[in-house]
Write a new protein. Structure first.
Ligand code: NAD
Ligand code: WQD
Length: 338
C-alpha cells in the first residue's frame, strides 16, 4: 500500500537517498526544500537514478501559506521531515537561527498538517539527544541531555511530537534517532556535499584522500576506548534511507508511533575509519593526533533491538561499503567541471 509523501529537505544528503528508496518502494514523492544546503543539480540526478520526473518545490518549511497550498493541491498521506540546520558548532554561535529553523519549521509544518488532516510524520532526530550517555550501546530509554542548541532543538522537537500524540491519538510519529550517517549512493550520483570544510569525520577524511586537505586531525587519543580515539556507530546512508521506508510503512499500516535508534550497534574508532578509508582509496590517508575537540563524546553506539522488533530494521552495509561508496562519490565530483 503506497501513497503520496511530502519529503521536506529531500534535496539534502539523507533526504535525497530516502527519495530514491521511497520511489523504489512505490510511493509518489513531493520534495520541499529551500536549497539552503543543497544543490539544484540533485533534482536532475534523482531523475537520472529513478528514470522519472521529480516534483521539487523550492520553498521554506516555515512558509505556512506555501504549505497550505501544497496540502490543498496534493493528497498527502504522510510527511518525512528532514529539513533542518545541522551544524553543532554553528548552533552554539547562532542558537536562535537553529531554534527558529528546526523547531519553528516543525511547528509550522505540524499546524499545516493538522489543518489538512494529515497526521503521520517521520522525524529526523539524532543520537546527539543522548548527550554523554551513561550506557553504551545506548538504549532509547536513556535520558535526553543534549548540550548544544542543535541537540536541544531535536529534544524539544521530540517533546512537541510527544505532546501532540498524547493529546490526540490520531497523530502517529516515527521518531528516528540516527547515529553517524556515512557513505553515498552506489550510482555515484548522490552523496554528502558539504559547502564548507567538513566538520564530520568521513567527509573530512575524503577531502584529505583527494589531496584537497593536508591531513586528518585526530581529536584526542586518550579516551577510554580500545585505541584511545573516539568511537562512533557509522551507518550507511542507504540503510538509513531504508529505515525511513520501514518507519513510514508502519505508520501508514496503522501500527501507531515509534521512537527508535537507527545504527548498526557496532562502533569504530577514528583510527579504524582512517585505516578503512585508506584501504578503500588505495593510499594511506595522512593523519596526526591533536588535542580533544571540546564537547566531544568518547563513544556513541546504538542499541538496535527496538528498531528490529518494531520495524524489522537491520543494517546490511559494512564500513568498507561506506568508505568505498564515499570514495566513488567524491572522486566523481572532483572529476566534474566546476
Ligand atoms: P542536509 O543539510 O544535507 O539536508 C537538509 C536539507 O533541508 C537541505 O537540503 C536544506 O536545504 C533543507 N532545509 C533546511 N532548512 C530548511 C527549511 N527551513 N525549509 C526547507 N528546506 C530546508 O542534512 P542531512 O544530513 O541530510 O540531515 C537531514 C536531517 O537529519 C536533519 O534534520 C538533521 O538534523 C538530521 N540528522 C543528520 C545527521 C547527520 O550527521 N547528517 C545525524 C542525525 C540527524
Ligand atoms: C566523529 C568522530 C571526532 C573530525 C556530529 C554531531 C551530531 C551528528 C553527527 C547530527 C569523533 C572525530 C572528527 C575530525 C576527528 N549530527 N573527528 N577529526 O561528533 O559524532 O557527531 O555529527 O545530528 O549531532 O555532533 O561526528 O563526524 O564530527 O566525529 O578526529 O576532523 O571523529 O572527535 O570522535 P560526531 P563527527
Amino acid at each position: 500500500m503506497a501513497g503520496t509523501i511530502l519529503l521536506t529537505g529531500g534535496a539534502g544528503y539523507i533526504g535525497s537517498h530516502t527519495y530514491v528508496a521511497l520511489k523504489e518502494a512505490g510511493y509518489d514523492v513531493l520534495i520541499l526544500d529551500n536549497f539552503g544546503n543543497a544543490k539544484h543539480s540533485v533534482v536532475g540526478r534523482l531523475e537520472q537514478i529513478t528514470g522519472a520526473p521529480v516534483t521539487a518545490v523550492e520553498g521554506d518549511v516555515r512558509d505556512r501559506s506555501l504549505l497550505n497550498q501544497i496540502f490543498t493541491e496534493h493528497q498527502i498521506d504522510a510527511v518525512v521531515h528532514f529539513a533542518a540546520l545541522k551544524s553543532v558548532g554553528e548552533s552554539v554561535e547562532m542558537p536562535l537561527r537553529y531554534l527558529e529553523n528546526n523547531l519553528g519549521g516543525l511547528m509550522v509544518l505540524l499546524a499545516a498538517m493538522e489543518q489538512a488532516g494529515c497526521r503521520r510524520l517521520v522525524f529526523s532526530s539524532s543520537a546527539t539527544v543522548y548527550g554523554i550517555p551513561d550506557e553504551t550501546p545506548t538504549p532509547e530509554t536513556a535520558p535526553r541531555r543534549a548540550m548544544n542548541p542543535y541537540g536541544k532543538s531535536k529534544i524539544m522537537s521530540e517533546e512537541v511530537l510527544e505532546e501532540l500524540a498524547a493529546a490526540d491519538p490520531a497523530w502517529a510519529f516515527g521518531v528516528l534517532r540516527y547515529f553517524n550517517p556515512a557513505g553515498a549512493h552506489h550510482s555515484g550520483l548522490l552523496g554528502e556535499d558539504p559547502r564548507d570544510v567538513p566538520s564530520n569525520l568521513m567527509p573530512f577524511v575524503a577531502k584529505v584522500a583527494l589531496g584537497e586537505l593536508p591531513l586528518v586531525k585526530v581529536f584526542g587519543s586518550d579516551y577510554d576506548t580500545p585505541d584511545g580515539t573516539g568511537v562512533r556507530d557509522y551507518i550507511h546512508v542507504d540503510d538509513l534511507a531504508r529505515g525511513h521506508v520501514l518507519s513510514l510503512s508502519a505508520l501508514l499500516a496503522g501500527k501507531g508511533g515509534h521512537l527508535v535508534n537507527l545504527g548498526t550497534g557496532r562502533g569504530y574508532s577514528v583510527l579504524e575509519i582512517i585505516a578503512a578509508y585508506s584501504a578503500a582509496c588505495g593510499s594511506d590517508v595522512p593523519h596526526q593526533i591533536v588535542d580533544r575537540r571540546p564537547g566531544d563524546v568518547p563513544i556513541y553506539c546504538a542499541r538496535t533491538e527496538r528498531a528490529e522488533a518494531l520495524l524489522g530494521f537491520r543494517t546490511e552495509k559494512s564500513l568498507d561499503e561506506m568508505c568505498r561508496s564515499s570514495w566513488a562519490w567524491v572522486t566523481s565530483q572532483a572529476a566534474e567541471p566546476a
